[in-house]
Write a protein that binds this ligand. Structure first.
Ligand SMILES: [Zn+2]
Length: 269
């Protein structure tokens, strides 16, 4: 059963949770669906035709409040979170429910999370809090334990671009210096570096799936042969850590250098 079905069933049983964490690449997509189900007043939610569904589809429903973190560090400041908390005690405008969606919340600070705790535990009637994140590693246990966590399917790929393949090949076959010069080319812009790391992770996951299923990677059979499952998993972990460091605004050049050393050690022979 996919996650869409699970959300529909919870709604049909009238038991949509009031604190939800969506973790994964598709968190936003599922949170939008969840919010639509929550405000819909049709029969088979989301009915797609009631006024609530129509407004939700257009992104203009007043009771679906999409929140974004502030600044380059992508933080939810504690004052902001406290305002949301007080706002949640105001009755919904039009629907029978009010949904707050914290998008990109992987960097939400412990202080801000603590400010939310009480209201997560006993939310005002018909209020739903959704926390979207790629990885829930920075969320406090006390938050996780009060929420229903849904793991969203990862974005999958069936092919690897020449750009990314070149990086993996370099990590596997060339020297650390060559890998470093290649990755340094991306380090002047954080967004670009994050994109490359994301694509590397997705591509390594493809290699992992191919290997687990005993399949060939036709573009480069030899490359897949030299990699073990463990090495691929380690490389993914290294990249996830590097992404976290970048989002926490640590010095990008140092992160890139450190990541190169680790990747070379893991993927090189
Ligand atoms: Zn509807």
């Amino acid at each position: 059963m996919d996650l869409f079905e699970r959300i529909k069933i919870l709604s049909a049983k009238n038991s949509l949770p009031h604190a939800v964490v969506f973790e994964g690449e598709r968190a936003k997509e599922f949170s939008e669906f969840f919010a639509k189900v929550a405000v819909c007043e049709g029969e088979n939610k989301p009915c797609g035709v009631c006024k609530h569904c129509l407004k939700a589809q257009k992104g203009v429903h007043p009771d679906i409040i999409n929140l974004e973190p502030e600044g380059a560090s992508k933080l939810y400041k504690v004052g902001f979170v406290r305002n949301i908390k007080s706002d949640s005690f105001v009755l919904p405008n039009e629907a029978n429910a009010k949904v707050y969606i914290f998008n990109d919340a992987e960097n939400i600070s412990a202080v801000s999370q603590n400010a939310l705790l009480k209201v997560l535990e006993e939310p005002p009637k018909s209020v739903i809090f959704i926390i979207n994140c790629k990885e829930k590693t920075n969320l406090l246990d006390t938050v996780i334990s009060r929420a229903t966590v849904f793991i969203c399917d990862e974005k999958e790929t069936e092919s690897i671009s020449e750009e990314i393949l070149n990086i993996i090949r370099t990590a596997s076959k060339q020297s650390e210096y060559e890998l470093l010069s290649l990755l340094q080319g991306y380090s002047s812009e954080k967004g670009e570096l994050l994109r490359v790391f994301d694509e590397l992770i997705i591509s390594l996951r493809l290699l992992y799936r191919l290997k687990v299923n005993g399949k060939d990677f036709e573009e480069d059979t030899e490359l897949l042969e030299t990699l073990t499952l463990n090495r691929i998993l380690n490389a993914i972990d290294i990249l996830i850590d590097a992404k976290k460091d970048i989002m926490q605004n640590k010095a990008v050049k140092i992160i890139v250098a450190r990541t190169c050393i680790k990747l070379k050690k893991t993927l090189g022979r």
